[in-house]
Design a protein around this ligand. Structure first.
Ligand SMILES: N[C@@H](CCC(=O)N[C@@H](CS)C(=O)NCC(=O)O)C(=O)O
Length: 206
């Protein structure tokens, strides 16, 4: 049995649980991190020295870093369309997964933490406004790509949609100034109608 150590409200855990559900992989998830703790024990740190969630256990094989886990599960257990058939599509999927990490995740983290995890009186609204603007700029890049592409990589969803797809739920459900990005909205709505996304990503924002 494949096990995922990590709390359900973590976006990085959600990436893993969403792809697992899409490829029909049965996964046991164990609550670790946040209010559950357990990620600072020597046992946990021996598996994941970063002390972060998620960590994947597949028999004796242990892996951390959520994008790496998404890639591993897709490669080992997935099939088309989530696992792209062509090498060019595979690397376009990697490209968008890396774009999420380097360009989208930092401002989205500031936006999310300000609105959800920081008391109103403690919020740094200058940092929030800057991050909101940066995130909107990154989402405009995604929208422009989706103008001519049904998904991030071609005509069907692939692992390349997973990280940005998880963040899109937050972007559309946080109290932010969202520019009108119709292609992004169409793409997000297509996920919102999928059971795997509803059950693993569309969770209360906490
Ligand atoms: N780059 C890592 C980041 C992992 C990360 O920062 N996880 C957060 C939750 S989203 C965490 O472990 N926070 C501490 C905690 O939950 O106690 C990944 O993608 O897996």
């Amino acid at each position: 049995m494949v096990r995922v150590l990590g709390r359900a409200n973590s976006i990085n855990v959600q990436k893993v649980m969403w792809i697992a559900a899409e490829i029909g992989l049965d996964v046991e998830r164990v609550d670790v991190g946040g209010a559950f703790g357990g990620n600072d024990t020597s046992d946990y740190l021996s598996k994941n020295p970063n002390g972060r969630v998620p960590t994947l256990e597949d028999g004796d094989f242990v892996l951390w870093e959520s994008n790496a886990i998404v890639r591993y599960l897709t490669e080992k257990y997935g099939s088309a369309p989530w696992k792209p058939a062509k090498i060019e599509d595979t690397f376009h999927a990697h490209q968008w997964m890396d774009f999420y990490l380097t360009t989208m995740h930092p401002p989205m983290t500031t936006v999310f933490w300000t609105l959800i995890r920081t008391k109103p009186e403690d919020r740094d609204m200058d940092a929030f406004k800057k991050a909101e603007k940066e995130a909107a700029k990154a989402w405009a890049i995604v929208d422009n790509h989706l103008k001519d592409n049904p998904f991030m990589t071609g005509t069907a969803p692939t692992m390349g949609d997973i990280p940005l797809g998880c963040a899109a739920y937050r972007w559309h459900n946080l109290d932010v100034e969202r520019p009108d990005l119709p292609h992004l909205k169409r793409w997000y709505d297509s996920f919102a109608s999928r059971l795997a996304y509803q059950e693993n990503v569309m969770l209360p924002l906490t």
